[in-house]
Design a protein around this ligand. Structure first.
Ligand SMILES: NC(=O)c1ccc[n+]([C@@H]2O[C@H](COP(=O)([O-])OP(=O)(O)OC[C@H]3O[C@@H](n4cnc5c(N)ncnc54)[C@H](OP(=O)(O)O)[C@@H]3O)[C@@H](O)[C@H]2O)c1
Length: 278
């Protein structure tokens, strides 16, 4: 039986993939921070006779310690992991800078550090699977944002947009670095941009942006069911290259600063040092 681990597996795209793989007969470990969403997922699993294969793991992935605890739980429960899907995200586009108890800026911690910890930390469990794949869901191919090398935590020049966009670009580089560092790995790392999809994402935006985003989703966004189909295809038949980036079904050229290998390794080493301090 395949094992699929999905962060943000209790809502939106992650939940769509969780239900897809439960219907396919896989064991799914879905991670989220809200118990009620986990219970709702388990109820949906029961409705498709899959509750014995569905696991909800509560974790607040803004915390590096919680991401490490999650790693330990997954490793002690599963001898191998076939697919790791990284979806946990909470946009904080407005408002003032918030810092986690471990001293990291919120978007950097949740959207990037948790993915760094899980991508590298689950490598052994993934290597034990026949066709292992990591899908890091974000916005590769969007030419916005950059890494603020001299101020990664944006302590001096914070804006929510800057922090969100930096976390996206950091995830592009995470995939590049993973493939560069593990030249002999069988794991395929896919940076994936789903396009605009109608998920629970606007629920956490302030008004009137929430209402506007929901209205635009009604007009322009794909449904979760439609968006999940090409993601599952890539997860089931991963590309041959160690790192690839896609926007929906289109493979993206790995050109420009977003995929620069020297930058990717620089960020990897900086992150490694930050992790040693926690
Ligand atoms: N929707 C789009 O149009 C779109 C477009 C491009 C890229 N993406 C990317 O796709 C991914 C999934 O987005 P989505 O739209 O499906 O989001 P979503 O519906 O808002 O779901 C987000 C998931 O992340 C979990 N999460 C949030 N904060 C967490 C925390 N502190 N710890 C653990 N889990 C946490 C949520 O569970 P809890 O609420 O219980 O914590 C939920 O399961 C994201 O990386 C996003 O950037 C989405």
């Amino acid at each position: 039986m395949q094992t699929v681990v999905i962060t943000g597996g209790t809502d939106g795209l992650g939940k769509g993939l969780a239900l897809h793989y439960l219907r396919q007969g896989a064991r799914v470990l879905a991670v989220g921070s809200t118990p009620a969403k986990g219970e709702a997922l388990l109820a949906r699993a029961a409705a498709v006779s899959a509750v014995d294969r569905a696991v909800f793991l509560q974790a607040d992935l803004t915390s590096v310690a919680a991401a490490r605890d999650l790693l330990a739980t997954v490793e002690s429960t599963c001898s191998s992991v076939d697919k790791l899907v990284l979806c946990a995200q909470r946009y904080r586009l407005f408002g003032s800078r918030t810092v986690t108890t471990e001293g990291f800026e919120h978007s950097f911690a949740l959207a990037y550090l948790s993915r760094y910890v899980l991508s590298h930390g689950l490598r052994k469990a993934l290597e034990s699977a026949p066709q292992p794949v990591i899908m890091n869901v974000g916005t590769p191919g969007v030419p916005l944002g950059r890494i603020h090398w001299d101020d990664l935590q944006l302590a001096r020049r914070y804006s929510g947009f800057k922090a969100t966009l930096q976390s996206f670009r950091a995830n592009d580089l995470l995939g590049v670095a993973f493939a560069a560092l593990h030249a002999d790995t069988r794991i395929r790392y896919v940076g994936y941009n789903p396009g605009v999809v109608s998920t629970g994402m606007p629920n956490h935006l302030p008004q009137p942006l929430r209402a506007l985003t929901k209205a635009s989703f009604t007009l322009f966004a794909a449904s979760v069911a439609k968006a999940v189909a090409p993601m599952a295809c890539l997860l089931d038949e991963p590309p041959g290259e160690r790192f690839t980036a896609y926007r929906a079904t289109r493979q993206l050229p790995l050109k420009g600063a977003a995929f620069d290998q020297a930058d990717a390794l620089r960020l990897h080493h900086l992150t490694h040092d930050l992790m040693n301090a926690v």
